[in-house]
Ligand binder design. Sequence first.
Ligand code: AMP
Ligand code: MG
Length: 419
Amino acid sequence: MENTGKTLSSESMLSYEEALEELLANVPKPKPIQVPLREALGRVLAAPVVADLDLPPFRKSFVDGFAVRSQDAGQAPVKLEVVGIIAAGDSNQPLIGTGQAAQIMTGAPVPPGADAVQMVEKTRQESESEVELLEPVGLGENVAAKGSEVQFGETVLTQGRVVGSAEAGVLATFGRAEVEIYAAPRIAVIPTGGELVEVDQKPKFGQIRNSNAYALWAQCRQLGVEATVFPPVPDEPDLVRRSVREGLHYDLAIFTGGVSMGEYDYVPQVLAEEGVTVFFHKAAIKPGKPILVGRKNDHMIFGLPGNPVSAFVTFELFVRPAVRRWMGFKRHSLRKVSGELVTDATQKPGRKFFKQAMTVWVEDRFKVRPIETRGSADLVAFSSANSLLILESDVAHLKAGQQVEVLLFDHDSDGRQGE
Ligand code: AMP
Ligand code: MG
């Protein structure tokens, strides 16, 4: 067992694991909704999908060729009378008697009397009414029996399955124009800070552009949720209060900025006044220590630090798992893999450190290269990271060559060096 943040930190902060557990225990239960098939991609099935028909629904030819009686075909080479032609989609079903055959296309129903199909490559047709089978074909060959793949009533996709491309095809096969999936939370991204100006503005002295709203919106989008982005909220209690009230109309509101111990950090106080139960404010992590998570009824509130790297990382560490659990995913946290550290990494012990890193598969293993930054607000350096190297809170130094653990970001990997 790992040491907990409680024993390591003087401020009785929750450890990352404790904080995450507390958070996940408080995510409202996934709610089923119906959506059109195309909107189900990437989402989790809220109910099993049961076959509404046999597959194939009729005896079906696997090949283009001639439907025959295998007894006749056993005597090949043999000439047979052609009594019809059956295309895929045709419903005509000539009865095939002894010495007879019907020309048939891939996917067409095999007519009664026939019990095999000889592929066209092994036949020679001299006239419309006669075909010569050049080789024998055995009973059932090139014929898919009705229900041989799936039988009516069978479960073809279980509840909890994530709808990928193949699942989309399966849903279509069984007529699911509407699909029952788990709802996504409606999310508001609410940047706070008197210094923030919009992206199309040239910041005046003391101002900075509101980058967090865009990064957080993008992170939500990568989870399959289109978040509503609020304009920046100045650090004034009444305006923060109004934004909290508006944020509580959403399932999940993500504030950034204003959650630390500064004179103008009003978010925690206003949340408390508005009846939000705060599960934790601060966790023994780096970056992102001031993180706040709370809930009012079925509405979840996140207060992420304003520092762009902290906001990004705490989204991945806390908001992502909450959103994914809300949407019914079983795997809610980032994928953790082990790899070989390429250069030394150090920290001042005390909090669990999630250090930005580039993790690349080289030959037979992941190689992990920590990315150096010019300070913890350096989102530009951070943007070349695809993972977070974990330094436990009691670890000061990791040496090159050592096995380490990293959390891989799910997204954004294309176009990055080495991938
Ligand atoms: P705070 O958490 O409000 O104390 O902010 C910490 C740092 O993050 C400050 O340097 C802020 O200017 C910066 N910051 C806060 N909000 C944003 C934002 N939306 N976009 C970019 N930087 C921000
Ligand atoms: Mg601020």
